[in-house]
Ligand binder design. Sequence first.
Ligand code: SF4
Ligand code: SF4
Length: 363
Amino acid sequence: MSVDQGSQHVAQGRGGAEQRPGVDEVDILWISEGMSCDGDSVAVTAAAQPAIEDVVLGLVPGLPKVNLHNKVLSPTLGGEEFLAPFRAAARGAAERPFILVIEGSIPNQNIIEGDGYWTSFGNDEQTGEPLTLNWWLDQLAPKAWAVVAVGTCATYGGIHAMAGNPTGSMGLADYLGWDYRSTAGLPVVNIPGCPVQPDNFMETLTWVLFHAAGAAPPPPLDEMLRPQWIFGRTVHEGCDRAAYYEQADFAKDYNSPKCQVKVGCWGPVVNCNVPKRGWMGGIGGCPNVGGICIGCTMPGFPDKFMPFMDEPPGGSLSSVLIKPYGAFIRRMRGITNAVVNKEPKWRHNRDALTTGYDPHYRP
Ligand code: SF4
Ligand code: SF4
């Protein structure tokens, strides 16, 4: 059953029983012409939970049929064929509800005096003039079933929005308004990361799609519009090296397996699940594999984390405070570790039983 944009139907269960309200087919209109490196499109090709191919091929039970329009993953040859569903949606003639995915930060077109533009996507069919990203957002965001910002540039501005930039770049919610609501009543869904962790994106998109199908409530988001279940913990809380931190055993260079807080890691104050989740197929995750956390998922990135590789100001205080406890506890654990690394003395092959067995208790 097809649906009009923004409307819903009642999906039929087995035997025709009414089951749940939802849509059964959606388009994903993915524009990566924000100020970006296209790294999020590339990253998402590595997702496995679920893989984007599985979603598009309909291999995830319960999801609506998904038509993906992303320039990296498009089977079209590009040009007008690729642009057609975007143009139709901008005219208000979309065939079905669409989820707008934006990659890259949004430049401020208002600060350009006279001709010129920061970034564009296709040309105006009448005038041949470039259509700016801002124009597309103005057309598509009010009509979108949901809007998803992928990567730190689209969510909060990222590198393009750092101090001293000439473009006035910003995140999608800065542009649309933090109180923006899609036709489904959803705020912008932010999935930060530079680039986005592939499974973080696909897991959130899948939740949005289940919600579209009427099979799940809206995804729970925090005040920065991030999925709560993904960004509710710090890097430090999931780091492989956290035990070294607790024992005040700090790396002095990047070749060490110990805690990297004194060589620039911001993990204790950064919301990100990457050390827990890994990067690809569960492998990797910045500090786990020797990379300091530079806070790439955070609204304050990059300015508030620079200069990278310097010890964070809070890191020097907390590492000094933990030193007496950590050094003492490490020594005590070393002693206990030596004790529990020895077998008990009654395990021998001499001709005497020394286990402490008491025949008095024989039945
Ligand atoms: S390496 Fe970073 S995240 Fe890991 S324990 Fe040290 S400070 Fe925390
Ligand atoms: S661990 Fe830090 S640097 Fe790595 S992805 Fe998460 S926020 Fe970015």
